[in-house]
Each structure stands twice: as C-alpha cells, then as structure tokens.
Design a protein around this ligand. Structure first.
Ligand SMILES: [Zn+2]
Length: 235
C-alpha cells in the first residue's frame, strides 16, 4: 500500500465525535435476540441470551470456537440459556431464567487465541476472544468487512516518515494499524486476522472501511497483499 501524503492533522473534535457515535451505533442489534458473552475464561463461556417473542422458552445457544491461528473451527458446543440470574430478572429479561454457562475443554484445542461466537436461532449475538493476555471480560463487536492492506517503514510505503506514526509513536508489528480516523478513532483497539491492533497511524490512501497493517519488512507487506476481512472492535 503506497502512502505518499502520510500525515494529515486536520481532524476536528466534531469529526472525532461523529466517529465515536458511528461506532456506538454499530453496537445496537435491531433483531429480537439479545444477549452477550460476559466471560470467556479457563472455565468456559458464560453469558445470557433472550428473545422477547419466546420469553417462556429457553433459547438454544450454539457456541462456535475458532482458532485464530489457522481460522479453523475447533468446536461447536450447544447449551440452553435457562439459568436464573438475579441481574437479568432485574433488567426485565423475562423471569431472569436466560443465563448460560458452558464448560470448554480449551486444552484439547491446542495453543492459540480463540474467537468465541454465540448464536441463537441462527443469529450471532455476541463474540469474544479467549487466549493468553486477553482480559476475560473484553468484548468484541463486529464492524463488518474491511479492506486490509499492509505497509512497512520503507520509503515506498511510508515516504520519509519511516516507522514514526501520525500520533507520534514508533510503529510496531502486530500492534500498529493505520486507519481513517473518521471511521476508527485513534487509540481504538481493533482485531483483524486474530490479532489485536491499536489505531495509531493514518495514511493519505487509507479512506473509509480500510485498515493498513504495519509490518517490519517490505517482503511481509508484499506477502500480505490485500485482503477483505471482518474487523472487530475490542472493548
Ligand atoms: Zn514497504
């Protein structure tokens, strides 16, 4: 990805605010099934799922676990959202009998970071990461499919800027992404391809739903090429 006019510092507060509101708006699910994975930890996956149109009947929850290292599904587990939780009753979710708690044999899936996605009635209602160094309560929100490209500190990719980012940091592989801050505000943590990055750079050629991923070498940049992948907001 060529980035000639690399740094543009014309962002107004109003634009940043618009970007935050835009990302918040993505968190609202229009469909009837609501729910969340509260925790994915060494014991398993816990959360709740509720659909007001079948409030008297527990939802069947499918938990799909994907190894982020190879993109392969490690397991598909099924459970019922029927555990009583006082906090859910207090939120007005039926009688509050809509929690679920499923144990997960992580060790049998091998090493790696796992994406945990939960479905009810065929609809994905929540997703979360499980792996080393990932807080058990962190939330993932899909931002949809983004065009992703790669860049490095070379002159062709970064002009004379080298590894310096537009926010003043030194770019690091597996950490730095370049974004359009009107779409993804600086400092936002974004997961793509199973790796959690921080938005801390921008390039003139990075517009809209486009993420430019920092690599150390131009060889890696070429190997990455261009990929359309789902991006997740890590909260
Ligand atoms: Zn390069």
């Amino acid at each position: 990805m060529k980035q000639t006019a690399k740094r543009i510092h014309l962002l107004s507060g109003a634009l940043l605010m618009t970007a935050f509101l835009w990302i918040s708006a993505l968190n609202i699910f229009a469909a009837q099934t609501s729910g969340i994975v509260d925790y994915a930890d060494e014991n398993g996956v816990r959360g709740w799922a509720f659909n007001s149109s079948q409030a008297d009947q527990p939802l069947e929850v499918k938990v799909v676990i994907t190894n982020q290292a190879n993109g392969q599904v490690a397991a598909e587990l099924t459970t019922e959202a029927s555990i009583y939780r006082e906090d859910l009753a207090a939120q007005g979710l039926g009688t509050g009998n809509c929690g679920f708690d499923i144990s997960v044999p992580w060790e049998s899936y091998g090493e790696g970071t796992f994406l945990v996605e939960t479905y009810a009635g065929g609809q994905r209602f929540s997703s979360k990461l499980y792996g080393k160094g990932i807080p058990a309560s962190s939330q993932l929100r899909s931002l949809g499919v983004f065009r992703t490209t790669a860049y490095c500190p070379c002159r062709q990719c970064s002009g004379g800027w080298g590894g310096r980012t537009s926010t003043g940091t030194i770019a690091k592989a597996n950490h730095t992404i370049s974004v359009d801050p009107r779409v993804i505000p600086y400092g936002t943590r974004i997961m793509v391809n199973g790796i959690i990055y921080t938005a801390e750079d921008r390039g003139g050629g990075v517009k809209g739903n486009h993420i430019d991923i920092f690599f150390n070498t131009h060889g890696e940049t070429r190997a990455y090429g261009m990929r359309n992948v789902e991006a997740f907001l890590v909260q």
